[in-house]
Design a protein around this ligand. Structure first.
Ligand SMILES: NC(=O)c1ccc[n+]([C@@H]2O[C@H](COP(=O)([O-])OP(=O)(O)OC[C@H]3O[C@@H](n4cnc5c(N)ncnc54)[C@H](O)[C@@H]3O)[C@@H](O)[C@H]2O)c1
Length: 308
């Protein structure tokens, strides 16, 4: 199992680290355009191998895509992150060009690769990869919902004063401050709906805190977060590499599911060796259906800025 991570910045390096620590991949290649950066991060991470007990080999390269040849999975984290006060959508001007070029370079050397798109605005970048490559839709996966769901569970555990392992919850919709749809009505503590424990007002606060989860961290850190994004990507990579058939909300190209067409947006999918093995259609309340449609309008507006 060979995994390439393009962009050896905060999220890319964190993702490489979590993949290595989980010890399921034989090789991780980090690629960046900044001279020596990926090589340095790879060497630093390899010097944790004996301490953290993994055998994954991590190598780095400055822009040499031949080193990525034969990758089974590639993660695209290259591009600029947001600064405090910015929305993810504002990154489109720079990141669209980067993502398009990176995807084309990756496919030249790994025609059968499964791509995981992380760069923001993620749903639109996933749509861009769909429109500009000939990869089948099951091999183009946008990562956002796995992270947003982890943030939702964190906020739910906090509100319930419960261990996170007791909590189940999912966020679908667009990966943006306004577009996320945390499924509060279905969130549970050990199969008991959280609405049994939390007032409507408190639950609404959890939903709002979840939606601005990224912005809250960007304000604190001065740039966007990396540990949870890296961990979320590594969970998707592991589900595919180990053919786990695990369910995650991921951005995928829809053809009628959830009443939507010609859009990439977060919905529950099963991940296994074929990438997206299936899209899971769950029942939504009328309010959630409306929010999903509104979210799609936001994603489409950003897609409209693309030159495809
Ligand atoms: N989808 C999500 O849930 C999620 C979560 C966090 C961050 N992000 C996004 O991920 C991206 C990366 O964030 P970060 O914090 O790691 O940023 P970063 O600045 O730390 O790292 C980005 C790296 O990409 C490299 N890069 C730029 N152009 C490149 C190119 N053409 N080829 C190869 N490498 C290139 C840069 O040199 C840099 O090292 C941002 O767009 C951010 O908004 C998405």
């Amino acid at each position: 199992m060979k995994v390439t991570v393009v962009g050896a910045g905060a999220v890319g390096a964190s993702c490489a680290e979590y993949i290595a620590i989980k010890n399921f991949a034989s090789e991780v290649v980090l690629l960046d355009i900044k001279e020596g950066y990926a090589e340095g991060k790879a060497m630093d991470l390899m010097q944790t191998a004996s301490l953290n007990g993994f055998d994954t080999t991590i190598t780095g390269t400055t822009g040499d895509y031949s080193r990525t040849a034969g990758s089974d999975i590639a993660v695209i984290t290259s591009g600029i992150p947001r600064k405090p006060g910015m929305t993810r959508e504002e990154l489109i001007g720079i990141n669209a060009g980067i993502v398009k070029t990176v995807a084309s370079n990756l496919l030249e050397h790994s025609p059968n690769v499964t791509l995981i798109v992380v760069s923001n605005p993620m749903d639109t970048m996933t749509y861009l990869v769909h429109k500009t490559t000939n990869l089948p839709k099951n091999k183009i996966i946008g990562m956002g919902g796995a992270l947003d769901s982890a943030r939702f569970k964190y906020r739910l555990a906090e509100a319930l004063d419960a261990p996170i392992s007791d909590i189940d919850g999912m966020v679908i919709g667009g990966h943006s401050d306004t577009g996320m749809v945390p499924l509060a009505s279905q969130a549970a503590r050990n199969s008991v709906k959280v609405s049994e424990f939390l007032s409507e007002e408190r639950l609404q606060q959890v939903v709002e805190d979840t939606k601005v989860g990224g912005a809250t961290l960007t304000k604190l850190l001065g740039t966007s977060a990396w540990y949870a994004p890296g961990a979320a990507v590594s969970a998707l990579v592991q589900a595919i590499a180990c053919d786990q058939k695990k369910m995650f909300p991921c951005s995928t190209f829809l053809e009628g599911e959830y009443g939507l067409n010609d859009i990439c947006i977060g919905v529950p999918v099963l991940l296994g060796k074929n990438g997206i093995e299936s899209i899971v259609e769950i029942s939504l309340s009328d309010a959630e259906k409306t929010k999903m449609q509104e979210s799609a309008v936001g994603v489409r507006n950003t897609n409209g800025l693309l030159d495809v």
